[in-house]
Design a protein around this ligand. Structure first.
Ligand SMILES: Cc1cc2nc3c(=O)[nH]c(=O)nc-3n(C[C@H](O)[C@H](O)[C@H](O)COP(=O)(O)OP(=O)(O)OC[C@H]3O[C@@H](n4cnc5c(N)ncnc54)[C@H](O)[C@@H]3O)c2cc1C
Length: 390
C-alpha cells in the first residue's frame, strides 16, 4: 500500500518513508510477533536497523549520522511503529533521548568521542531520569554525584530505562544531584559508560507492551567518572532533561500515529473480508462509521505532528505543540487500537494477531515521556501565558 499524500512532505520525506516501510514490512514484520511473545530483544534486528542508519537519523554526517531533518526522523519512527512498537521504541529512545542531548549540549570533544561510536549501529545509549521516587516529579531524583577533585562519584539507581540492559546497551545520559543551591537540588547530567566499575543493570521482564524492547534498571555504586563526562552546564540538568523530552515527545507521538495507522489498515482489510449477515462487515454502517472515525483521527494526528516537526525544524518554540501532538497522537492510538480490536471481534483478542499487539503496545504511549495528565498541565500552564497565542 502506498502512503497518503501530505502537503508538507518533500521527496526526501517520501524516500525515507518508502525505505523504512519496505524494511519494516519485509524484515521486521516476519519477526515481530515471535520476538514480542518471547519477550526477546534482537541484537541482529537492531544491528540491521543500525546498518540502515536508523541509529543516528538526524545526527550530521560528519558525526556518522544520516543528517536528515526532524520530519524524516519522525516518519521513520512512524513507519516502524506501523509494524512494531518494540523496534520503534529502540530506535526512538536511542535517537531522541540518547543521541540528541549529546549533540545538543556536548562539547566538540564529547561529540567526537561519542557520536561516531553511537551512530555506527552496534551500540545503544540511554536516558536515565526516572527513579523509584521520581517519575513525573523529576526533581525528586535521589541519585548523587559528589565531586572529589577532577572526579565525580555516583551513587543511586534508575528504573524503567529503555536500552539500558541489552548486550548493545553501552551507557546513559544520567541525571544526578551535584549539590544544593539556595535550598534547592542542583541537578546535572553525566555521560556514564556501562563498562565502569560499580555500574550494573537488570532487565525488566514481563511488560504488558514493548516486550521485544529492552527496559531495565541501572545501579550505581561508587562509580568514579572524570569531570569531563559532565554534559552541558553543571546545575542545568533539569532544564536539559525537560528540553530533551520536548523533542522526545515528537517520537512518542510518531509511535502513536504509526500504531494507529497500522491498526486501522488491519481493521480496514479485515472488514472487507469478514462476511456476517451476508455481506462484508464494512457494509454494516456501524463498522463503516467506526472506520471513518479512525481515519479522521489519524488524519488530524498526522497534521498536528508534522506541523510541530516543521516548527522545530524552523527553530521556533514548539514545546506546547509537542505536548499537544504527544497527547493527541497517544490518545487516538488508544481509541483506534480499541476500535480495531472491536472490528476483529474474537479474533482480535488472540495473541499472535497484529491488532492484539497494537492494543497492548499503545498503552505505554499515554505514560512514557510525560503522562497525559502531565501534558495537560504543561499545555494549560503554557496557554495561560499571555505571550502564547494559538
Ligand atoms: C517501557 C517504559 C520505558 C521507559 N523508558 C524510560 C527511559 O528511557 N528513561 C526514563 O528516564 N524513563 C523511562 N520510563 C519512565 C517513564 O517516563 C515514567 O513512567 C513516566 O514519566 C511516569 O512516571 P511514573 O510511572 O513514575 O508515574 P507517576 O509520576 O508516579 O504518576 C502516576 C500517576 O499519577 C499522575 N500524576 C503524577 N503527578 C501528577 C500531577 N502533578 N497532577 C496530576 N496527575 C499526576 C500521573 O499522570 C499518573 O497517572 C519508561 C517507562 C516505561 C514503562
Amino acid at each position: 500500500m502506498s502512503a497518503a499524500y501530505h502537503p508538507l512532505l518533500k521527496s526526501v520525506h517520501e524516500n525515507i518513508r518508502a525505505e523504512v516501510r519496505e524494511f519494516s514490512e519485509n524484515i521486521i514484520r516476519p519477526l515481530a510477533g515471535r520476538l514480542e511473545q518471547a519477550g526477546e530483544f534482537s541484537v541482529e534486528l537492531t544491528r540491521k536497523m543500525g546498518d540502515m542508519g536508523l541509529l543516528g537519523i538526524f545526527i550530521p554526517i560528519e558525526y556518522g549520522g544520516r543528517g536528515l531533518d526532524v520530519l524524516s526522523y519522525i516518519i521513520a519512527v512512524e513507519e516502524i511503529s506501523r509494524i512494531d512498537g518494540s523496534q520503534a521504541a529502540t530506535v526512538a529512545a536511542h535517537n531522541s533521548l540518547g543521541l540528541a542531548p549529546i549533540y545538543q549540549y556536548g562539547t566538540v570533544e564529547q561529540k567526537k568521542e561519542y557520536l561516531p561510536m553511537l551512530t555506527r549501529g552496534d551500540k545503544l545509549w540511554a536516558f536515565g531520569l526516572t527513579e523509584a521516587g521520581a517519575g513525573s516529579d523529576a526533581l525528586n531524583v535521589e541519585t548523587k554525584a559528589i565531586q572529589s577533585g577532577s572526579t565525580y562519584i555516583l551513587n543511586g539507581s534508575k528504573v524503567f530505562i529503555t536500552n539500558s540492559s541489552s548486550p548493545m546497551a553501552s551507557g546513559v545520559n544520567l541525571l544526578a544531584i551535584t549539590g544544593i543551591q539556595n535550598d534547592r537540588k542542583e541537578l546535572s547530567v553525566f555521560l556514564v559508560s556501562r563498562d565502569l566499575s560499580g555500574y550494573s543493570t537488570e532487565k525488566i521482564d514481563n511488560k504488558l507492551m514493548w516486550r521485544a524492547a529492552d527496559t531495565g534498571k541501572i545501579f550505581l555504586r561508587d562509580v568514579h567518572i572524570d569531570a569531563s563526562k559532565l554534559l552541558g552546564v553543571r546545575g542545568e540538568g533539569h532544564k536539559m532533561m525537560l528540553e530533551t523530552l520536548d523533542s522526545g515527545r515528537l517520537s512518542i507521538a510518531a509511535m502513536g500515529l504509526g500504531l494507529a495507522q497500522g491498526a486501522y489498515e488491519c481493521a480496514l482489510a479485515y472488514s472487507r473480508d469478514r462476511v456476517q449477515f451476508g455481506k462484508p462487515i464494512i457494509r454494516h454502517q456501524a463498522i463503516a462509521f467506526k472506520l471513518a472515525e479512525m481515519a479522521t483521527k489519524i488524519e488530524l494526528a498526522r497534521n498536528t505532528l508534522y506541523n510541530t516537526c516543521v516548527l522545530k525544524e524552523q527553530g521556533r518554540p514548539f514545546s506546547t505543540q509537542a505536548a499537544i501532538s504527544k497527547l493527541y497522537c497517544s490518545e487516538i492510538a488508544k481509541e483506534v487500537a480499541d476500535a480495531a480490536v472491536q472490528i476483529y471481534g474474537a479474533y482480535g483478542l488472540v495473541a499472535g494477531n497484529e491488532v492484539e499487539r497494537f492494543y497492548r503496545d499503545q498503552r505505554i504511549l499515554q505514560i512514557g515521556e510525560g503522562t497525559s495528565e502531565i501534558l495537560k498541565l504543561v499545555i494549560s500552564r503554557n496557554i495561560d501565558n499571555k505571550s502564547f497565542v494559538l
